[in-house]
Design a binder for this molecule. Structure first.
Ligand code: ATP
Ligand code: MG
Length: 425
């Protein structure tokens, strides 16, 4: 027997009755970003693996074990490139703005949306193909834009009806103050080697900050007692952070300072933040981001300050209230029996769509009874009924599907006006 082919674990279909919720979320994102003057970008799903190694960092979970990578087919003369499905969007976005000369000496406010791929253990809220909305700003180094990103995300939660998210904030300082802090961490964790797991021991030399990001509960105590980052922050970073906090205070945005918030990736500096929920178990991060002033240069561009965040769409959908969906049912369902009626029906439906109505036409024939069943199921408010007689007279019967009332006959000339009246809420 041949094996049954199914979707890959951790990669999900969005079924017809789920897509309205996705569309609602996507529309809200678009509207809010539009209000702040951000433009959409669309990048390829596949990039050179080297892009992610260089930006996210060689010694991260993502690059070490979660990327879907393969060697492209080469030619006789040259081996194929090593390619990866993108595990996140910031690296691609930075690559694109460098490649097209959009970064240096300019300001860019951009966003993107789409699938990301990570070979993680699938569970609720954690998938192998998941979707992010990412928002990135290039060429603005002031704390005002840090605040803008946070205010923008807060506005989106409100629009989506999502409540109870907590905002955590921290500053990682400049590259220099991070280096000083790094040394403190190496000294500290070296004295507590026996309490570290294998991953953390490996990271002790490559990037000890990531030990703070470990999800291993056995490490919680040793991490809690580690030196704290704010103590070694440089003065400019302190001022930058204080200004951000003051703006958030003025705007009435609540936050918690979390000195252990370091984010898992190599490229962050200064401000980092995360919106968290208590409602999704261990998958508590909804939106994460921060400043990455060094990344563009690290990828071969000219030094450009930058900041951005990404939010997980599946997690947002799980938090959105039930009623947040776009109304998608057709307004009108067209019932037509008999060949001349069907042809006349097609033309009538097209005419109504020209006028902007949402019209679902019965297809595949069937008795009036069967067609009315489908009309009810479609969610339409009104059925237009056409039989042999109506086709002959060039009229239609209008039947209200929501309340009991008699069908009325209507001429083509009066049809649009009558439907507009009847469809008024
Ligand atoms: P987590 O701590 O949950 O692993 P992360 O720090 O790896 O998240 P980022 O790489 O910053 O997450 O991605 C930004 C957002 O994308 C996260 O806040 C989360 O909402 C979402 N996200 C990340 N990984 C997944 C996944 N495997 N499945 C679904 N959503 C995800
Ligand atoms: Mg992760």
């Amino acid at each position: 027997m041949t094996q049954k082919i199914q979707a890959i674990r951790g990669m999900n279909d969005v079924l017809p009755d789920e897509s309205a919720r996705w569309q609602y979320l996507e529309q809200a994102v678009r509207d809010v970003l539009d209000q702040y003057g951000y433009q959409e970008m669309r990048m390829p799903l596949v990039e050179q693996s080297a892009l992610f190694c260089r930006s996210i960092g060689e010694v991260t979970d993502i690059v070490e074990k979660e990327m879907y990578s393969w060697q492209d087919r080469g030619t006789d003369k040259k081996a194929g490139d090593l390619l990866s499905l993108r595990p996140e969007g910031t690296a691609s976005c930075a690559r694109a703005v460098i490649e097209h000369g959009l970064a240096f000496n300019q300001q860019q406010r951009v966003w993107y949306q789409g699938p990301m791929f990570r070979r993680e253990r699938p569970q609720k809220g954690r998938y192998r193909q998941f979707h992010q909305v990412g928002v990135e700003v290039f060429g603005i180094d002031g704390p005002d834009v840090d605040a803008e990103l946070i205010l923008l995300s807060a506005r989106l939660w409100k629009r989506l009806g999502i409540e109870g998210l907590r905002l955590e904030l921290n500053s990682l300082g400049t590259a220099e103050s991070r280096a000083a802090y790094r040394q403190q961490l190496v000294d500290y964790f070296s004295q507590h080697l026996e309490q570290l797991d294998e991953d953390s021991k490996r990271r002790l030399q490559s990037n000890p900050l990531r030990i703070l990001d470990s999800k291993n509960p056995a490490l919680a105590d040793v991490i809690a007692a580690a030196p704290s980052l704010p103590d070694s922050l440089d003065d400019t970073s302190k001022e930058h952070f204080a200004s951000l906090c003051a703006t958030l205070d003025d705007a009435g945005i609540e936050y918690e300072l979390n000195p252990r918030l370091v984010r898992g990736l190599d490229y962050y500096s200064r401000t980092v933040f995360e919106w968290k929920t208590d409602q999704l178990g261990a998958q508590d991060a909804v939106c994460s981001g921060g400043r990455y002033d060094g990344l563009v240069e690290q990828l071969g561009g000219r030094a450009t300050s930058a900041i951005g965040f990404a939010m997980g769409m599946e997690r947002l959908l799980a938090l959105m209230p039930e009623d947040r969906e776009r109304q998608q049912a057709p307004q009108i369902y067209l019932v037509a029996a008999g060949e001349s009626a069907q042809q006349y029906g097609v033309i009538t439906a097209e005419r109504l769509r020209d006028e902007g109505f949402r019209v679902q036409a019965n297809a595949g024939g069937g008795s009036f009874k069967a067609q009315f069943k489908r009309a009810d199921k479609s969610g339409a408010a009104i059925a237009l009924v056409i039989g042999h007689q109506e086709a002959e007279n060039q009229t239609v019967m209008i039947k209200d599907l929501r309340q009991h009332s008699d069908q009325i006959e209507c001429s083509q000339a009066d049809l649009v006006e009558t439907l507009l009246q009847r469809l008024q809420p």
